[in-house]
Ligand binder design. Sequence first.
Ligand code: CO
Length: 506
Amino acid sequence: MQGFQLFEHAATVPTRSYNTKEWQRGYRSLKEEHNYWIEEIEGEIPTELNGTLFRNGPGLLDINGERVQHPFDGDGMISAIAFHNGRAHYRNRFVKTEGYLAEQKAGKILYRGVFGTQKSGGWLANAFDTRIKNIANTQVLYWGGKLLALWEAAEPHRLDPKTLETLGLEYFDGELSKGAPFAAHPWIDPSSKFDDGKPCLVNFSIKAGLSFTISIYELDLDGKIIRHHDYPVPGFAFIHDFAITPNYCIFFQNPVAFNPLPFLAGLRSAGECIKFRPDQPTKVLIIPRDPAIKSKPQVLETPSGFVFHHANAFEQDGEIVLDSICYDSLPAVESGADYRETDFDVIAPGQLWRFRMNLESGTVDRELLEARCCEFPFVHPAKAGRQHRYVYLAAAHAESGNAPHQAIIKVDVESGERKLCSFAPDGYVSEPVFVPRAKASESGLYTEVQGAEDDGWLIAVVFDVKRDRSFTAIVDAKDLSIVAKLHLKHHIPYGLHGSFTPAVFE
Ligand code: CO
C-alpha cells in the first residue's frame, strides 16, 4: 500500500523537519495560466469523488521582478481542480482585477498593499495615497450559481466557474455599494431557522472610519441578500473571520491598536501600523442573527491573544462553544523585513483552543485542545454552527514549537485522539478541505452528515521540493492515509482558502 509506506516514512523524519531555503521556493510567482488533465498520479482517484475544488491565494509575489513585500499583498489566482469519474482536471487563472490589469500593463507596482508593499518612488509617491488594490486573493466560493473571489476589504469579483474568466465586480443587485467590504470567510448554515430550514450563506464586513461597523449579510440559495444588519463596534477592529450558530454570529475583537499616521505619511503600510496589545483582553462580540432582535451585541472578555481563524461554534446548555486557532501574540508585520526570512523559532505558534462563552454569567472559559502548531481549520460542512467531533488542520510535523505546515492533523475533540498525515521533509501543506463521501443534497450542498462524520476525504495542495512543483493530495479522513497524489506540471504558490462544490467544472 503506497499510502501506508508514505505515512510510515514520515514518522522517521527528524524533529527539525523543514529547510528554510526549500520552504522559500513555494513563494515564487506562477505567471502562466494552465488548463490540462492531470496525468501523473500515484494511487487512484476515488470514483465517488466528483466535484470541483476551488482554491485562492496570491499567485504573483512580484510584478515584473519588483517584489511584493508580503504574500497577503499578492494578486489573487484561482486554481480549480475538477474530479470526475476517477480523473482530475487542473485550471488556474488570475482574477483580472483593475489593479492586476493596470500593473501588468505598466510592468511595475502601482498600488500600495495592506501588508507592506509600497509603490515605486519611495516616501513621496506613497504619502497620502490611501488607494489600496482589491487583490481578490483570499477565498473563492460557488454560491447561487456564481463563483466569487473574496478579499475582505472590498467587493467580490465574479468569475465564470468553468473558464475562471473574470466577469466583473459583484454587488448582489445593488445591496452592496461600490468599494464596500465583504469578508472572505462566509459560512453556509446548512439549515437556517429563519428560512424554514433551507440553507443560507452568512457573511460579514468590517467598515472602518471614525468608528467601526460590523455588517452581517445573509444570502439565500439564489445568491440574493435577504438579511442585512449593522452594528457599531467601539475601538479598532481587525477581524478576519467569524463563527456562526443557529442563533448568533460570534466575533473576536483582537487587542490591537492602530496608528494611521505613518500610513498616511507614506512611511508604512496599513498592516505595519497595527500593534498588538498583550496588556488588553480580547473582546468577544456576540450578535443575534435574528434581525428582529434589536439588542446591542453582548461583549465578553477573555485574556489577550490573537485569532485569525475559527474552526466552528455551536450552542450547548446556555453556552456558546467555539474552537479557534489562537496565537499568544500577533505575528508583527515589520517594515522592510523579508517574509521569506521568517525565523519560525521566535514566533508563537497558532494552537487550537476551545472557548466557552456563558451568555448568562458573561464569563469565558478557555482550554487548549491541541498544542501542536496548526492553522486553517476545517470541519464537515453539515456541522457548521452545530456540535462537531472532528477538526482537520494544516499542522507542523513536530509536536512542539513553531514551523511551516508540513502535515495534516485530525483532532477528535470528544475523545482527544489525534491522527497525523505528514509530508515532511519534502512537502509543505495548504489548508485541508474536507469533502464528504456521501452525495450532496438537491441544493448541491452537504447539509446532512450521512454515516460517520469523518467518512470522506481531505484534499490539500502540497508543495513538493524534490520535484519543485506541487501535488494535490487526497487523504482518507478516517485514518489519514494517503489515497492519491496528483502531481501538477508546476508549483502553486502557497495559497489561502478553498471550497468544494459537487458541481463538476472541468
Ligand atoms: Co482566512
